[in-house]
Design a protein around this ligand. Structure first.
Ligand code: HEC
Length: 108
């Protein structure tokens, strides 16, 4: 009896799928590292609007992720009130992390 148990192949397949691990530092970590969380929180307004409120306003809108990433990069005011968001240069948060962070915000 040398035939392998059929479950062994399935288990190996499942393991292979499980190897697609998430990036070491997720978007939430990037938001902290870049200092976004000094002005933003999950579900209450600090200096800037809550992630949940931003998501509720833009979720599902075409081009929202790109437009928001540009706004975060350049800074600006007037959408949520008179307080401006200062620019967030690439030295603070890189393009990939910014895109991932905005994607994460829009999921809240
Ligand atoms: C010094 C405080 C401050 C920091 C730091 C800050 N923000 Fe903001 N953010 C604001 C304010 C204030 C607004 C509201 C701007 C407005 O009314 O147009 C805002 C708005 C936003 C919006 C919504 C923009 C819109 O047009 O609706 C997003 C998305 C956002 N911030 C993401 C980020 C991310 C990501 C970071 C970190 C890289 C960050 N913010 C860092 C204060 C801040």
């Amino acid at each position: 009896m040398t035939r392998r148990h059929p479950w062994a192949a399935l288990a190996a397949g499942a393991l292979a799928c499980g190897l697609a691990l998430p990036a070491a530092a997720g978007p939430e970590t990037a938001l902290g590292t870049a200092g976004c969380t000094a002005c933003h929180a999950q579900d209450k307004k600090l200096v800037g609007p809550a992630w949940k409120d931003i998501s509720a306003k833009y979720k599902g809108q075409d081009g929202a992720a790109t437009a928001l990433a540009q706004k975060v990069r350049a800074g600006g005011k007037g959408v949520w009130g008179p307080i401006p968001m200062p620019p967030n240069p690439a030295a603070k948060i890189g393009d990939a992390d910014l895109a991932a962070a905005v994607g994460w915000i829009l999921q809240q």
